[in-house]
Each structure stands twice: as C-alpha cells, then as structure tokens.
Design a protein around this ligand. Structure first.
Ligand code: FEO
Length: 397
C-alpha cells in the first residue's frame, strides 16, 4: 500500500507505484521496470488534487487519500490529461464528492465524458487561467497533442513546480521518488524509451511548447510528471534532453533490424555489419532480430540511430510478419533525418527487398542504396557482396 509522500510543506505525492506492470497501452509498450501513476495533493488555504491513478488501483487510491485528507475539504480536482492511467480512479472519487469541480481543458471534458459518461461539474480552462490557492496559485498551460488533444500542464507558483503529466515521464517504478536518488542509467534508458515510443510523432510540438514555457521565464524548482520520478535535481536537464530528442535526434549508431527463417538473412546481417565496421569504424552497430527482441526496445535503438538497415527473406511474395509489425510502428512514429536500406535472402520470387525499401521510404527514411539480395544460403562470394554492401552503406552516411 502506498501512503502519501511529502514533497514540500504544501505538496504531497498520493499516487501508486506499479511494480508489477509489464505492458502498457494494452500490449503496445513493454514496461520492464514497472511504472507509477503520480497523483499530487496540493494544500494551501485551498486544497487541490492533481490527477488520479489507473482504474485497478482506484479503491486503494481513494482509501489512502481518505487517510491523508478529508475528501470534503478538496476544493479543486485538476485533470491534466484524461487518459485512463490518470483518470481511472475519478469515477470512484466522484462518488464520494460528486459536486466538486473538475478543472481540465475543453478537450479534457470531451475525453472524460467519452470515457465515463458522467455529467460531472466540469470547469474548462485554457492557457493562463489561474486558481488562487492562498499565497500560491495554480496556472494552467494547454499542451494539445502532447500527447492527446486534452493534455495540459499545471504550474504552481510559490513552490515553482511544473506538474507536466506525461511529458518528462518514464515508465519506471521506484520508491525513491526523485531523479537524484535512482540509478541514472536506468532512469535515462526509460526516459528515452518513453520519448522514442510515445512522443516521436509530436516532436515539432514538443519543441514549440517547451520554448513557449521557457520564454515565460518561470522559475522551475521541480518537474512533477505523472509517471516515474520527480525531477528535483537540475530539473531542466530533462527539458534540455527533450529539446535534443525532438530535433531529429541521432547518435553515431547504425541498427540492423532483421528477421530470418533459416539463418541466411541473419548471416547477411552479420556480414553487412562487418562491412559497415570497415568503412565507419567509430559507429556503434547493433543487430536486432525483430522476431525475438522487444518491439519497443528496437524502436528505442532506431531512435538513437543515424541509419538503419532492415532485412527479411521473401515469404509468400512479401516479408516476415515481425518486419511487417516493425513497419507499422515506424510509419506511425515518423522519424526524421535517418538514412536506410533493405536486404534479404530469397529462393525464387524475391520481392522482400523492394517492398521493404518502399516501406522505408514511406516511413520517412532516406534510402541510400537500392538494397542487397542473396539467393538461397549465402556462400563466400555472397557474403563478400554483403560486406561490400555494408561498406557502401557506411560510406554513404
Ligand atoms: Fe500516462 Fe497519456 O497517459
């Protein structure tokens, strides 16, 4: 059972750490390190609750909240974002305090009504609207499509806290609450995975919104997201990371994503990697079998890459299903500024390489080679051709 955790004299964490979570968004997102649903209780002369938790923890959440605060003394409920992981406990909470006002964006009202079909006491807010709590206040900043139409941030004056909801979050379970107390490798691995897999399509909006908020010149002592740790040590470090990640991010890395039936395409991938190594010796090269590796981990590596190669044998005049799933994801994420080519083995018809090249182009990758095909199992000459292809690819970057 999670009890409240004190952040400042006026602000407490009243959320839920979900150590058992292994997938999120249904089965779309792997959460190897669990997650948390962060809810915050803000107490000045007036009391506000910012976001709730996911439905399975609604009873636990409301029960714990009752031990922290008389629910009738809550003056305002703030819904920064209506997605179920943050609003799931609202129906149970609203049964206890049905008349309390819910502050959210106009789109937030639509989302909440669409999900819960309740006519709660909604108060629509827009950027700049403010609730005076006492000596402190809450100021709302709409952040549409970061990552839903309803998303917004809430800034608390006096405490200088930005409640950023999903932005700057990580699916990362910890009891330690703060960024400076956890393993930094784990923290940033989860933060970049979260950005790569969820926020990539909205990168231009990320840049615009961050600059808009930075231009306000507000002091930021803490960033309190709705998943993972609170950024209290150098809180703007994650903002700077987001600006970098939103700007066609890439490292000196090449990722080879492939699947294979009888290891011919795997042997091609390995020979191509050797060729790249010869021509671009400083680049990190990673091989990932899409049939075996986690799709979100693959996407994170693609996000970090300056270029990718995609490989599959031909089957039924097409490519293997894991590669099809990979293309489905990258078409939606719309990476920019990355180069690519395709490769694969075949026995007779051999369509896979052409199809993969077309799909890479459609997903926004710049094709730098027409691709590499090998008939049947690659022999010494074919492996040499793959190495040549790898060298050419490395030189083209
Ligand atoms: Fe954490 Fe968009 O919900």
């Amino acid at each position: 059972m999670q009890m409240k955790k004190t952040i400042t004299d006026r602000v407490s964490w009243v959320g839920k750490v979900d150590w058992e979570l292994t997938t999120f968004h249904g089965e779309e997102y792997s959460t190897w390190r669990g997650s948390s649903y962060n809810s915050y209780l803000v107490r000045d002369e007036k009391t506000a609750l910012i976001d709730t938790v996911w439905l399975p923890f609604a009873e636990e959440f409301v029960s714990n909240l009752k031990q922290t605060v008389d629910l009738n003394t809550i003056d305002y409920i703030i819904v920064n974002h209506a997605e179920i992981d943050h609003s799931g406990a609202l129906p149970l909470l609203m049964k206890e305090i049905p008349d309390k006002p819910i502050y959210c964006t106009k789109n937030g009202i639509k989302s909440l009504q669409g999900h819960y079909h309740q006519d709660w006491n909604f108060v629509p807010v827009k950027t700049g609207d403010t609730i005076q709590l006492g000596s402190t206040s809450l100021v709302f900043v709409e952040a549409p499509m970061l990552h839903w139409p309803d998303s917004m941030f809430t800034y608390m004056t006096g405490e200088n806290i930005l409640f950023s909801n999903d932005a700057f979050g990580q699916h990362y379970a910890t009891e330690l609450l703060y960024n400076d107390l956890v393993d930094q490798c784990e923290l940033f691995a989860e933060a970049i995975k979260y950005y790569a897999n969820i926020l990539t399509p909205f990168s231009s909006l990320v840049t615009k919104k961050i600059n808009e908020v930075l231009d306000l010149g507000l002091p930021v002592d803490m960033i309190c997201p709705s998943h993972g740790v609170i950024w209290r040590k150098d809180p703007l470090q994650i903002v700077q990371k987001y600006l970098a990640w939103a700007d066609s991010y890439q490292e000196n890395q090449i990722t080879i994503v492939y699947d294979t039936m009888w290891n011919a395409t795997r042997r091609m991938a390995e020979a191509i990697a050797e060729g790249i190594q010869e021509s671009d010796g400083s680049a990190t090269i990673k091989l990932m079998n899409a049939g075996k590796e986690d799709k979100n981990d693959i996407i994170t590596e693609v996000f970090r890459s300056k270029a990718i190669l995609v490989g599959s044998p031909t089957i039924n005049r097409r490519y293997l299903s894991s590669i099809g799933a990979f293309f489905e994801i990258i078409r939606g994420l719309r990476f920019s500024g990355k180069k690519a080519a395709a490769f694969g083995s075949y026995g007779w018809s051999g369509e896979s390489v052409k199809l993969m090249a077309e799909d890479l182009a459609e997903a926004g990758f710049e094709l730098v080679d027409e691709g590499c095909r090998v008939m049947w199992k690659p022999d010494g000459d074919a492996l040499d051709a793959c190495r040549d292809f790898g060298r050419r690819f490395g030189q083209a970057l």
